[in-house]
Design a protein around this ligand. Structure first.
Ligand code: IVH
Length: 671
C-alpha cells in the first residue's frame, strides 16, 4: 500500500467510525483505537501536506481564526415555529390543520424532539460540505463554516451521492455530559462556568477562532431540509426525509416517529416529557409537523412560521428570580448546607422558593450575593439549585453571605473535616436539627417506611420529648392516649401509626442498615452489608478488617462504619433498638442464581417496573445491581431515553438488552 492509499484508507475508516459513533450509536472500537488511527493519519498528512484533503477527519480540530463572519443568504428562509403550551393548544393546532385541509380524517404527523441549541443550515454541493450558516434573521445568517467543521457528527461528505446543492437543517447542541466536563475544566482554570448547554453551544458557534469551537465538543442533530436540487430524489414526507438524512450520514434521534391523530400526539408529548431528564442533551419541547410534504405545501406559511408545524413547549428548567436571603440547613450527618431563600418562581413545572447552594465554597466560587438576580434550575426530579448570579443586575449593596461559625440550631462551633469543603455540626447526639433529620431519614419510604410519621409529627413529638433518638420511635406507642388528644390526631390515625411502627420492627436487615444513616451507607451498600453480616448483632461487632472484605466496600466506607460502630452512643442505639423489640427479618436470601456473579446496570426508562424493583430482582437472583457502567458490568438493561450509560456500555462492549429481553431471562415465578 502506498502512503497515499494508506491515508485514503485511514480517512475512510475514521469517517466510518465517526458514523458508527455519532449516527448509528454503536461504535466498533474504543477511544484509544480511534485516537491511534487519527494520529497516524495526522502524522502522514504532516509529513506530506499534499495528502491532506478538505474532507479529512483531521480537519475537525479547527482552522486559523477569521476576522469577522460574512453574511450568508439562505437558499430557503429558515422559519421559526409557533408555540403551543399544553394539551388544549395542541388540540387547537390539530383543529386548525384539519379545518384548513377541509378534512375530518385524522392527520398523520411527524413528531420529533425540539433540541435546545442553535439552529444551523449546512449546504452540500455535489455531496461535499461547503457552507455552514447560522439562522440570523431567517433570510440571512452568518457563515460559520470553519466552526461547523469542528462539530461532531456533521459529515464532510454525504454517505450517498446527491447531485447539485442541498441545504440540511438541524441543531447544534452540547451534550449534558460534555457540559459537565467542559464546565469542570473551566472551574479548575478559574473561569466562570457556562450557565447551560445552550449558551455554551451558541457561544461556541460564534467564536472567530474555530479551534475554540472545537474545544466545546459540540454535537449536531438534523431535523429537516432547506433548498433542494430539483434533480435530487428526496422523500415526500418529513419522516421519510429524516430517514434519508440518516442514511446520508446525519445524526438523528430514535425518538422521532409518526402519530396518527391528535390523541396519539398528546400521548407522545407525555412520553417525551417523562423521558426528558434522561436524554443525553437538553430539549425544550416536541415539534409536531404534518408528515406529508404535499399537505405542508397546501397549508403554507404565515409571516410567523409554517401552518403545518408547531412547537409544543415544556416548562423551562431555568428561570430568573431574586435571592432574598441565604439560610442554613443542618442535615442528618451534621453537614450545614447554605439554602437560597428565593422570591417564588415557576421553574421545571413547579413553584420554587428554596434552592440548595451545596456548600459555602460554591457560594463563594459562584459569587452569589443576597439581593442578586439569580438563575434557578430544576431539571427532572433533581432538587432545585442556584446556577449563578446575573452580574449585570447586581444591586450596589448586594452582600456576600457569611458562612456561619456555629450551628444555627444548637450553637455548637462548626468544624470542617480534613479535605472536605462542607461545614459540619459535631454535636452528633445533642443537635435537635440532626436528630430531626436522622428521624426523617429513619422513617422514610426506603428505610423503615413508617407511614403517618412525617416531618411535622416528628418535630412535634421531639418537642414533647416523646422522641429522643431513633430507638424512641418504637416506644412512641406508650404515648398513644395523649397522642389522641393532639390536634389533627384522631383515634384512627393514632391506631394506624402504632400499627405502622409495629410492622416496621421486622423490616429486612438491609433496610435497617440503610435507616441507621451511617455516612456512605446508601441502599446498595446496606444490601451488601446485610448479606455479609446476616444479623444486627454480627454487624454490631464488625471491624475494619472484616468490613473491607465485603465485596464493593472500600477503605473510606469501611473506616467510616468502623468509627460509627466505635462510638458509644451508636452502640447504645443498637442496644436500644433490640430492646424495643426490633427483630430485622433476615436479609432476603437470593431465591435464584440466574444472575450469580453478574453486575447489572439499568438505564433509561423502564416500562414494567420501577428501577428499585428491577434491582431487587437482580439481587434476589444472586446478582448485583450497580449505578454506573464500568469494566465490571456484565449486562446493561436499556430502556427508552438511555444515554451516556448506554454509549459507555457499547464502547466497552458490554452486552445490552431491552427490558423485555431482561424479563425473558428470569425463571418462571421470579416476579
Ligand atoms: S423545524 C419550518 N424541528 O426550534 C420548521 N426545529 O422555533 C423549522 N428546533 O429555530 C424548524 N428542534 O432551531 C424543527 N426537530 C426540530 C427542531 C427545531 C429544534 C429549533 C429550530 C428552530 C426553532 C423553532
Amino acid at each position: 500500500m502506498t502512503t497515499a492509499e494508506r491515508a485514503a484508507w485511514l480517512r475512510q475508516e475514521l469517517e466510518r467510525h465517526n458514523r458508527l459513533y455519532y449516527v448509528e450509536e454503536r461504535p466498533e472500537i474504543g477511544d484509544d483505537e480511534y485516537d491511534r488511527l487519527f494520529h497516524e493519519l495526522r502524522a502522514l498528512e504532516e509529513a506530506e501536506p499534499d495528502l491532506r484533503t478538505p474532507d479529512s477527519p483531521t480537519q475537525r480540530v479547527g482552522a486559523l481564526p477569521v476576522e469577522k463572519f460574512t453574511p450568508y443568504r439562505h437558499g430557503l428562509p429558515m422559519l421559526s415555529l409557533d408555540n403551543a403550551f399544553g394539551e388544549a393548544e395542541l388540540r387547537a393546532f390539530d383543529e386548525r390543520v384539519k379545518r384548513a385541509l377541509a378534512t375530518e380524517d385524522e392527520v398523520r404527523y411527524a413528531v420529533e424532539l425540539k433540541y435546545d441549541g442553535l439552529s444551523m443550515s449546512l449546504t452540500y454541493r455535489d455531496g461535499l460540505l461547503t457552507v455552514g450558516a447560522t439562522r440570523g434573521d431567517g433570510t440571512t445568517g452568518e457563515e460559520v463554516t470553519p466552526n461547523v467543521r469542528t462539530v461532531r457528527g456533521v459529515p464532510f461528505r454525504l454517505a450517498e451521492p446527491v447531485p447539485g446543492q442541498i441545504e440540511v437543517r438541524g441543531e447544534v447542541v452540547m451534550l449534558k455530559s460534555t457540559f459537565a466536563e467542559v464546565n469542570a475544566a473551566r472551574i479548575a482554570r478559574g473561569d466562570q462556568a457556562f450557565v447551560n448547554p445552550r449558551n455554551a453551544a451558541s457561544g461556541g458557534m460564534r467564536q472567530l477562532d474555530s479551534r475554540l469551537t472545537a474545544e466545546r465538543k459540540l454535537s449536531f442533530f438534523a431535523y429537516g431540509l432547506g433548498l433542494i436540487d430539483p434533480n435530487a430524489a428526496v422523500p415526500d414526507t418529513q419522516s421519510g426525509r429524516l430517514g434519508w438524512l440518516r442514511r446520508l450520514g446525519f445524526p438523528t434521534r430514535p425518538e422521532a416517529t409518526t402519530c396518527q391523530g391528535v390523541d396519539a400526539l398528546v400521548a407522545y408529548v407525555d412520553r417525551i416529557q417523562s423521558q426528558r431528564a434522561n436524554l443525553p442533551f437538553g430539549i425544550d419541547g416536541v415539534v409536531v409537523k404534518v408528515d406529508s410534504v404535499r399537505l405542508q405545501e397546501e397549508l403554507g406559511s404565515t409571516a410567523r412560521g409554517p401552518r403545518w408545524a408547531i412547537a409544543v413547549k415544556f416548562p423551562s428548567e431555568q428561570a430568573f428570580t431574586r435571592l432574598l436571603d441565604v439560610g442554613t440547613q443542618v442535615g442528618r450527618t451534621g453537614v450545614v448546607t447554605p439554602v437560597a431563600e428565593l422570591e417564588p418562581v415557576f421553574v421545571g413545572g413547579v413553584t420554587v422558593s428554596r434552592a440548595t447552594l451545596h456548600n459555602y465554597e460554591e457560594v463563594h466560587r459562584k459569587d452569589v450575593r443576597v439581593g442578586d438576580t439569580v438563575i434557578v434550575q430544576r431539571a427532572g426530579d433533581v432538587i432545585p439549585e442556584v446556577v449563578g448570579p446575573v452580574l449585570e443586575k447586581r444591586p450596589t449593596d448586594a452582600q456576600p453571605p457569611e458562612p456561619p461559625t456555629q450551628c444555627p440550631v444548637c450553637s455548637t462551633p462548626l468544624v470542617r473535616d480534613e479535605g472536605m469543603v462542607a461545614l459540619r455540626c459535631p454535636n452528633r447526639t445533642g443537635c435537635e436539627a440532626q436528630i430531626q433529620a436522622k428521624l426523617e431519614h429513619f422513617v422514610s419510604r426506603k428505610a423503615m417506611d413508617i407511614e403517618g410519621l412525617g416531618e411535622k409529627q416528628i418535630a412535634r413529638f421531639l418537642e414533647l420529648g416523646w422522641l429522643t433518638d431513633l430507638a424512641s420511635v418504637f416506644t412512641l406507642g406508650a404515648h398513644r392516649h395523649k397522642m389522641v388528644e393532639l390536634d389533627r390526631m384522631g383515634e384512627q390515625s393514632v391506631a394506624n401509626l402504632v400499627a405502622a411502627i409495629d410492622r416496621a420492627k421486622t423490616r429486612p436487615l438491609d433496610r435497617f442498615m440503610f435507616a441507621l444513616g451511617v455516612r456512605y451507607v446508601g441502599e446498595r451498600t446496606a444490601r451488601d452489608l446485610a448479606r455479609a453480616f446476616g444479623t444486627l448483632e454480627e454487624f454490631r461487632n464488625a471491624t475494619f478488617d472484616r468490613l473491607i472484605q465485603v465485596p464493593d466496600i472500600g477503605p473510606r466506607t469501611a473506616s467510616e462504619i468502623e468509627s460509627w460502630l466505635e462510638e458509644e452512643s451508636n452502640q447504645a442505639l443498637i442496644a436500644g433498638l433490640l430492646e424495643a423489640g426490633v427483630a430485622p427479618a433476615e436479609a432476603e436470601a437470593p431465591s435464584g442464581e440466574i444472575f450469580a456473579g453478574q453486575t447489572i446496570v439499568f438505564t433509561g426508562k423502564l416500562e414494567r417496573f420501577t428501577r428499585e424493583a428491577a434491582e431487587e430482582l437482580v439481587v434476589r437472583q444472586g446478582g448485583k445491581a450497580a449505578g454506573s457502567v464500568s469494566k465490571a458490568t456484565t449486562l446493561v438493561v436499556a430502556g427508552p431515553g438511555a444515554g451516556s450509560k448506554l454509549a459507555k456500555a457499547e464502547q466497552l462492549g458490554v452486552p445490552v438488552v431491552t427490558e423485555d429481553e431482561f424479563l425473558a431471562r428470569l425463571p418462571e415465578g421470579a416476579l
